[in-house]
Design a protein around this ligand. Structure first.
Ligand SMILES: Cc1ncc(COP(=O)(O)O)c(C=O)c1O
Length: 426
């Protein structure tokens, strides 16, 4: 049905982040299902090589999720009770949950005060005062795909390690000689800093391939290994891979495919987890990676269209996406409402839902979540993260949207802002 102007009265709903599953993805999954090998095997190995080439690092390890990989990395680095890991308050719970799982303490960083902000990312100036002899890792998050300048952070951490004399009995920690820079790059595959792709700057960068991410394998993740000289990336890959599979010295593929006597034999050197990637997931990932350049270009063009359509609307702040040698992966498009409009943030989201437009909020800061509040984390310690959260709306951005959809979201948002604007008559 069409209105008098010819626009459909009931246009198609715009989902928040539906996965893009094309025929090539289905064919690749079918090929693996029919191949006789469905768990970690040749497809996963190929995906790892292709991701290493894409991110420009010597080795990548795939796993069952960001969470599984980040957890085994903290174990590998010897993070445990009494240790601290510095990370943002403004992030998804996974970033901090993996630290709690190790019995270590997440040290939450607030966002910087207004005027010194770097998108929704924490800044080095906010991190530095929190470093102590208990700090074993710093875990910044590239919120929405806007990358942290990790090369610079690594040098600052090395400088801090030299000045403060970082010492440790743990062999991997003492080899690094400073806290680990573990990038939560869950949102940032394909983001760039000074011409290099995210993954090549931090010591270890972990990506998520969860269903809503830019590149999805339904569930899954990968770690790009870019540790400094002195670390052999292939050896680190081997150690982390074992930790993703109970600590076994051989995975299923090498046990079954190797010929000859005793190929089944393996040892367990330390109790690991079970968070390996299957070849079915890897097959999805390989297809998505092959077309990722086009997908990313599409995201950039949608985000450009949002910038253009929303820049003239008063009362909203647009996300930081480009500049200072950095380019976002445009995973999320998070707008921030003015203080007056943010009182009606949830009403505005409901108005958009009524217009068939799904939105979301990234993220409630950790102290607002019961598990963290009950562990003594307080919202009053992170006021800027809380203010950003109350003002934030994530607008839909994904491969199935068109520029016309962006214009529809922008005009529905403008109407909602007008209808909830405080009236001059009071
Ligand atoms: C910032 C951030 N870190 C970590 C994760 C966890 O990723 P996964 O679901 O792959 O474990 C997510 C997932 O949404 C995330 O948004």
């Amino acid at each position: 049905m069409a209105s008098e102007q010819g626009a459909p009265l009931n246009p198609e709903p715009i989902g928040f982040a539906p996965p893009y599953i094309d025929d090539a993805t289905i064919a690749a999954v079918e090929r693996v299902l029919r191949s006789g090998w469905i768990t970690t095997g040749p497809e996963t190995a190929a995906f790892e090589r292709e991701l290493a080439a894409f991110t420009g690092v010597p080795a990548v390890l795939c796993g069952g999720s960001w969470t599984g990989l980040a957890g085994v990395i903290l174990d590998w680095f010897g993070v445990g009770p009494g240790d601290e890991v510095i990370l943002p308050a403004y992030t998804y719970c996974a970033t901090a949950n993996v630290v709690l799982h190790r019995g270590a303490t997440p040290v939450l960083v607030d966002l910087p005060p207004t005027g010194r902000q770097d998108g929704l990312n924490i800044t080095w100036e906010m991190v530095e005062p929190l470093l102590s002899e208990r700090t074993k890792a710093v875990m910044p998050v590239d919120i929405g795909g806007w990358p942290i300048p990790c090369e610079e952070w690594k040098s600052r951490l090395a400088m801090w390690g030299l000045q403060r004399g970082f010492t440790s009995q743990h062999p991997v920690q003492s080899k690094l000689g400073r806290p680990l820079l573990l990038s939560d790059a869950a949102h940032a595959l394909g983001a760039e800093v000074n011409g290099s792709t995210v993954g090549s700057q931090a010591d270890l960068s972990v990506f998520s391939f969860h269903a809503v991410k830019n590149l999805t394998t339904a569930e899954g993740g990968a770690v790009a290994i870019a540790l400094p000289d002195g670390f052999d990336a292939r050896e680190v890959h081997r150690e982390l891979r074992a930790l993703c599979l109970h600590g076994q010295t051989k995975d299923a593929a090498s046990k079954y495919s190797a010929q000859g006597k005793g190929s089944w034999k393996y040892d367990v050197t330390r109790p690991g987890f079970k968070c390996n990637m299957t070849d079915i997931q890897a097959a999805m990932g390989r297809v998505a990676l092959e077309r990722y350049g086009q997908d990313l270009a599409h995201r950039h063009s949608l985000a450009d269209a949002y910038d253009q359509a929303l820049s003239a609307i008063p009362g909203i702040e647009l996300p930081v996406r480009l500049g200072d040698g950095r380019r976002s992966a445009d995973h999320l498009y998070v707008i921030r409402l003015s203080a007056a409009a943010s009182i009606h943030r949830d009403d505005i989201m409901e108005a958009l839902a009524a217009a068939g437009i799904a939105t979301n909020v990234h993220f409630p800061p950790l102290p607002l979540l019961t598990a963290y509040r009950e562990r003594g984390f307080s919202a009053s310690d992170v006021p800027h993260a809380c203010a950003a959260f109350h003002a934030a709306i994530s607008l839909p951005i994904h491969r199935l949207m068109s520029i016309g959809d962006v214009q529809r979201v922008a005009s529905a948002l403008e109407s909602a802002l007008i209808s909830f604007a405080p009236s001059d008559q009071g």
